[in-house]
Ligand binder design. Sequence first.
Ligand code: NAD
Length: 472
Amino acid sequence: MTKRGAQVHFKGRLVLIGFGVVGQAVAPFLLRHLGLKPDRLKVVNPSGDRTGIAAELGIEVIAAALDEGNHIAVLEPLLGKGDFLLNLSVDVSSLALIKLCRRLGAFYLDTCNEPWGGRYDDPSLPLSRRSNYGLREEMLAFRLDKRTGPTAVVTQGANPGLVSALVKQALLNIAADLHVQVEPPESYEDWAALAWKLEIKVIHIAERDTQISRQRKARGEFVNTWSVDGFVNEGLQPAELGWGVHERHWPTDASRHGFGCDAAIYLRQPGIGTRVRSWTPMEGPYHGFLVSHAESISIADHLTLRKDGEVVYRPTVHYAYHPCDDAVLSLHEMAGKNWQLQHSKRIMREEISEGMDELGVLLMGNPKGVYWFGSRMTIEQARELAPHNNATSLQVVAGVLGGMVWVLRNPDAGLVEPDEIDHQTVLEVALPYLGEVTGVYGDWTPLKDRSDLFDEDMDREDPWQFLNFRVS
Ligand code: NAD
């Protein structure tokens, strides 16, 4: 590791749940960034494997698969006032851990709002209950009377997480480029007013992962650059998107939830079966998957402006994810088996031979053109900056560290989402670990160069309609 981001000195104990791709990637940074001694960092992970990175770093691994019945017994002896629980697992309920942390006075951060295992693919549950919207509303209901207390941040990785800070910085960058005078926004109404003023109608989390390996995907194998379980879990949730006020074509397969903030809708099909047109500067136009993500809902909700109780502004917000090429092949194979996950799974790290993760936010609607702002991290840059990482995991680490530093500087903030934390702190800490961070304008729209070989249902008067982005 060569560069150093902002440092804090953390004197408590830290428990890390989950020691997969992201857990292993972040562990060396915890020791370095937070000044933790290895004996104050404990990992809780089902396999209990003490070899590899754990042995290298001298960290104790406690073998436990957390569930509803055992999580309090396992974690309570390890955590007290001023300690930190970092949850980087799959299938472990975020809300259950947050409740426990509040009771014990410990800080909390995760990168994904998860329910107890397996709830996404239970067909007996209504789609709303299998959605990120539903999970978020449950979280928001819990925090209604808890706006202070030991700080807990939900969904603070790269996306969700860092991208909420990138959206704010992108808005300020566009304003500066257009010489629009703005007071520093202080509330989310201020941010929404700025986005409205800049005529932003659509925001994509536009990500193109080009990392490849000479060891190509085998038949019956799912390959990815981060958790296969995490990706498949969220991919089998209904496709979800923040629904902008400018939209005038209601998708025939869409529904509103009928409760909560009403900032987002869902489609009655899985995110990994839903493709949208998007654009990044390096890739150009591409088809991405509209995978349900927490930030699609929280960014849309936080950028909502109301006048006299009526919503007057909200952008459409969603993920447009082009995972690494072998993951696309894996999804294609999985779709053919009616979404039965392959028996064999592989997460690429050491075997990656080339490529980058181009991850940013794409703000659309301003007459100056679309504006992509984000991180371009090559596998070479990732390896130079940190061991045990690929480009994707290091971007997540950057968001996690940014969030943790904010928590430690704001210990009594209660339960918060990435949109509610100071974007400058997050970016200050994250920037050294994001490779090239850049903003690029483009003249792309979802109508550009559309083929007229076949008739398509399009709205040629307003390019920023979801109808134009969706691949039918
Ligand atoms: P991974 O699959 O590589 O690792 C998950 C870890 O959780 C494994 O070590 C597994 O053994 C452990 N685990 C599984 N069940 C458990 C249980 N019951 N109790 C304790 N541990 C358990 O996943 P990853 O790529 O490291 O991702 C970790 C988490 O971060 C996932 O929730 C994923 O969705 C999320 N994530 C978020 C972002 C983001 O940018 N926000 C990016 C990547 C991953």
